[in-house]
Design a protein around this ligand. Structure first.
Ligand code: ZN
Length: 138
């Protein structure tokens, strides 16, 4: 069995943002040499997500508005976690949007649906953070 481990680093200049990381995962897959297997992609931080959905800017603005309704950043004093920090909303947003995705690898390609793209979701940015890519198979 082949196994490939790689970290992708991001530094989102704002508090929140979504980045399509499908090209980087495709590059990791090419490096791995795996033809048939699985690719795990997970955020290594508890205030960031990895998820799969459409690369459509309106949808990303909808996510932003929806997440702000569910877990508004302000006022930061509404959260018990925010003693000495201000990112409680980012932890909650991460929980909703998920930690990781697993994608089948078939014929040397990510076996995604027609509109599926892999995203990094940042909810407490302005610092360097990592995503783990682990690809296993033959
Ligand atoms: Zn925190």
């Amino acid at each position: 069995m082949k196994s490939h481990r790689q970290e992708l680093w991001f530094n989102v200049p704002s508090r929140r943002g979504f980045i399509n990381i499908t090209p980087q995962v495709n590059e990791a897959l090419a490096t791995s040499g795996v033809g048939e297997g699985l690719a795990l992609v997970n955020a290594m931080h508890i205030t960031a997500s990895v998820f799969i959905n459409d690369d459509e800017p309106g949808l990303h603005r909808d996510y932003e508005a929806w997440l702000e309704k569910l877990a508004p950043h302000e006022p930061v004093g509404q959260y018990q976690h925010n003693l000495g920090e201000d990112n409680a909303d980012a932890h909650l947003k991460r929980q909703i949007m998920g930690r990781e995705v697993v994608v089948a690898v078939s014929g040397g390609r990510l076996d995604l649906g027609p509109w599926e793209q892999i995203f990094y979701g940042e909810f407490d940015g302005r610092r360097r953070k990592r995503v783990l890519v682990k690809i296993i198979g033959e």
